[in-house]
Design a protein around this ligand. Structure first.
Ligand code: CO
Length: 167
């Protein structure tokens, strides 16, 4: 495994739509391993392939319930809504409120190409929605309804450990 460089929001690649993964080969496995290592090292809860410069539909997420790898993910159903603060490993100084579905059903493939389907809610659903937006070239700062000063959420950050980590 190797750490990869995280692309900053100023770079065009984060604004591009990602292509489907078609080869479930060793290269994909290496990419997913590297993405997980890079995410953990940066203390994030999610990372999408374009954030390491690869325009393919692959994301990793770990909100404290173990590592989830999603290849060619698609939200097939969503329910309710939630509003909460998000950050992003590509936007180191930005935090803002984003409205997301409270519950989603996501369909994807694993690293071997096997179909998977998951029902996720609350913070887990938020993290996955955030990563899927990256695959469309969308950043949370584009859709946040209110940006917040990191100092103002510092206390809250400590109270709700893990909930404010970057994606
Ligand atoms: Co992000």
């Amino acid at each position: 495994m190797a750490l990869r460089k995280i692309v900053n929001k100023s770079e065009d690649i984060l604004r591009k739509k990602c292509k489907l993964v078609v080869n479930f080969d060793e290269k994909l496995g290496i990419l997913l391993d590297d993405m997980a290592e890079t995410m953990y090292k940066a203390n994030g809860v999610g990372l999408a392939a374009p954030q390491v410069g690869i325009l393919r539909r692959a994301v990793v997420v770990d909100v404290g319930e173990g590592l989830l790898e999603l290849v060619n993910p698609e939200i097939i159903k969503s329910k309710g809504s939630q509003r909460g603060v998000e950050g992003c490993l590509s936007c180191p100084d930005d935090w803002g409120y984003v409205v997301r579905p409270n519950e989603i059903i996501v369909k994807a493939q694993d690293r071997t190409g096997k179909d998977i389907q998951l029902k996720l809610k609350e913070f887990f659903a938020r993290a996955v929605c955030h990563e899927l937006d990256h695959l469309e070239g969308q950043l949370f700062i584009d859709i946040a309804d209110e940006m917040v000063d990191p100092d103002e959420i510092e206390n809250e950050k400590q109270d709700r450990k893990g909930k404010r980590r970057k994606r």
